[in-house]
Design a protein around this ligand. Structure first.
Ligand SMILES: [Zn+2]
Length: 265
């Protein structure tokens, strides 16, 4: 299983990166039994549609998992819809868009489309429920309730290890969340935790929205996680300070997400 950063700026697009979007890929048998690459996109925030084209052909995407319906995590679903419906070579097949309830209506609002628009020819919206896994080829997607002002999920992806396909490995993506039981459950035993760290200790004191670097570090600590990747850092925040906060809690490897960075798990 491989993780690639498409976009990682917090809350908006930034000078160096699009907003939240990540590519998870793994090899596994296709419908014809032949080995192929399976691709899942986690979130599709502002600017991510274009940057995604550097990493994967939209016709090869098997599913898009959306952590929650805040604009900075999903508005480029409209770009994806246009690309699939209006490609000059002919329409692309529908792709599953899975996440919190209301994805279709939210996409319609972003697109300014009327009530007869359901995108069914290009996007297949499915609601996910904690405790009910969703399978995409060799990848299993589980969602966990997050603590955020709107319904939000942390997303755990389980799939074959990149160097030994018989071994199953896990990555977890917090989406947007503050520390809570659901996200702690998601993080338990992960090989890689991709954690938002939008807030800074002693600056952002409101609770129930985001993690700080310190809280992301605490989420990873205690032998719970093999590697921590920090993301969703806003343009006005010093990334190194966030990483330093995390390092006070977590003594394992810590990386800062940058566009194009890839981890083989
Ligand atoms: Zn959010």
């Amino acid at each position: 299983m491989r993780l690639t950063v498409i976009g990682c700026t917090g809350s908006m697009s930034g000078p160096d990166a699009a907003a939240s979007s990540y590519l998870v890929q793994a090899e596994g048998p296709g419908a014809d039994g032949a080995e192929r690459t399976w691709s899942v996109i986690l979130d599709l925030g502002p600017g991510a549609m274009g940057q995604m084209l550097n990493h994967v052909d939209p016709r090869d995407i098997d599913a898009i998992a959306v952590s929650h319906l805040h604009a900075d995590h999903m508005v480029d679903l409209i770009g994806m819809q246009v690309y699939r419906r209006w490609h000059p070579d002919g329409p692309l097949p529908p792709v599953d868009v899975v996440g919190t309830p209301g994805g279709m209506e939210r996409t319609r609002a972003v697109g300014g489309d009327g009530e007869d628009e359901d995108y069914a020819d290009v996007l297949t919206f499915r609601d996910l429920t904690p405790g009910t896994p969703f399978t995409v080829g060799p990848l299993t997607i589980d969602v966990f309730p997050a603590w955020h002002p709107v319904p939000a999920f942390g997303i755990r992806v389980t799939g074959p290890s990149d160097d030994d396909s018989a071994r199953r490995v896990t990555l977890g993506y917090t989406g947007d969340t503050d520390t809570c039981e659901g996200i702690e459950q998601m993080a338990d035993g992960l090989d890689l935790l991709l954690s938002e760290a939008a807030f800074q200790e002693d600056r952002d004191t409101v609770r129930g929205i985001h993690l700080t670097g310190r809280r992301a570090g605490a989420l990873a600590a205690g032998g719970r996680v093999g590697r921590l990747v920090l993301t969703h850092i806003q343009p006005w925040t010093d990334k190194q300070r966030v990483a330093d906060e995390a390092a006070e809690e977590f003594d394992g490897p810590i990386d800062l997400a940058v566009p194009g960075a890839t981890w083989a798990i």
